[in-house]
Design a protein around this ligand. Structure first.
Ligand code: GUN
Length: 292
């Protein structure tokens, strides 16, 4: 079997198409959606992600404010920035790029973001709504992007067994809630670093979501014939055959394409979907602020 491509670029372009109309409607009312992206430090990958987010805003006519702080900034400085952004009436979304420098308490800072502007969906109020099964609020972008891509491809989820590799706050945990939610109805297992016999568990899954950040860890023998495999990983690996000396690799080995029924590519799979969902959350936050 050769897997069909879960093409995040094509799916994200469709999401953006729909957003154009909603953004135009906001602008007709005199309101321009506005997103602030805060980045602390000089992690190269984070700067690449933030650049993609800012470019998506430009494509869609969403105003963006890009705030860069040095790695040695104090946590209090970041707190002040968040407080100022919370109070800014013409601003609808706030995103603080993760990871923050190790001397900062990322969760404590997330708690300070106005939940109505929390376009990442990481605030306890938004995550709490997700735990309650309320899926109409700000949902974390990567897991909701995965769900949108599965729906776009017409993939059946009801009654399927889903294994999620990784229990992160940003991806694995919220992904498990979405896949197990009413209407999606998969039976979900979350595997993590202490899970026993992870490869056999993965090989039992109808739907396998890899989100551990280990290049090409999921090999073909970990995958059931015909499974749907979503690769959330984005890892830089050394590659002397490339001029730049590195290439991007997912968490899934390319040979899995010969076993899965669907496979998301890296790059061009989950990445564009994460950005599309961020744009959608920003538009939703704008519409809801306008409704008040
Ligand atoms: N770092 C990796 N993914 C994300 C994300 O979705 N949001 C933020 N804020 N930081 C990230």
């Amino acid at each position: 079997m050769v897997a069909q491509r879960l093409d995040g670029k094509v799916c994200a372009a469709q999401v953006e198409e729909e957003l154009h109309l909603r953004i135009a409607a906001c602008k007709e009312k005199g309101i321009t959606p506005h997103l602030a992206v805060v980045i602390v430090g000089d992690d190269p990958a984070s700067h690449v992600y933030v650049g993609s987010k800012v470019r998506a805003c430009e494509r869609l006519g969403i105003k963006s404010t890009h705030i860069e702080l040095p790695a040695d900034s104090t946590e209090e400085k970041v707190r002040d920035v968040i407080h100022t952004l919370n109070q800014q009436n013409d601003l609808h979304g706030i995103l603080v790029q993760s990871p923050l420098p190790s001397h900062m308490d990322e969760e404590a800072l997330t708690d300070l973001i106005d939940p109505a502007k929390d376009v990442d969906g990481f605030h306890p109020q938004n995550l709490g709504r997700l735990v309650q099964g309320r899926l109409d609020g700000m949902l974390p972008c990567t897991p909701s992007g995965v769900m949108r891509m599965l729906a776009w491809a017409g993939i059946e989820t009801e009654g399927k067994t889903a294994v999620i590799l990784g229990r992160s706050r940003i991806v694995g945990m919220p992904q498990s809630l979405l896949l197990g939610s009413k209407g999606i109805d998969s039976t979900v297992t979350v595997a993590h670093s202490r899970t026993k016999d992870t490869s056999a568990l993965c090989a039992s899954a109808d739907i396998l979501i890899a989100a551990v950040g280990r290049p090409e860890m999921v090999t073909a023998d970990w995958v059931k014939e015909g499974a749907v495999v979503v690769d959330v990983g984005i890892n830089r690996v050394d590659d002397s055959t490339r001029d730049r000396g590195w290439r991007l690799a997912g968490d899934v080995h390319p040979d899995v394409a010969n076993k899965a029924s669907w496979l998301s590519p890296v790059p061009g799979g989950v990445g564009p979907m994460t950005i599309a969902m961020l744009m959608e959350n920003t538009v939703r936050a704008t519409e809801q602020s306008n409704a008040d």
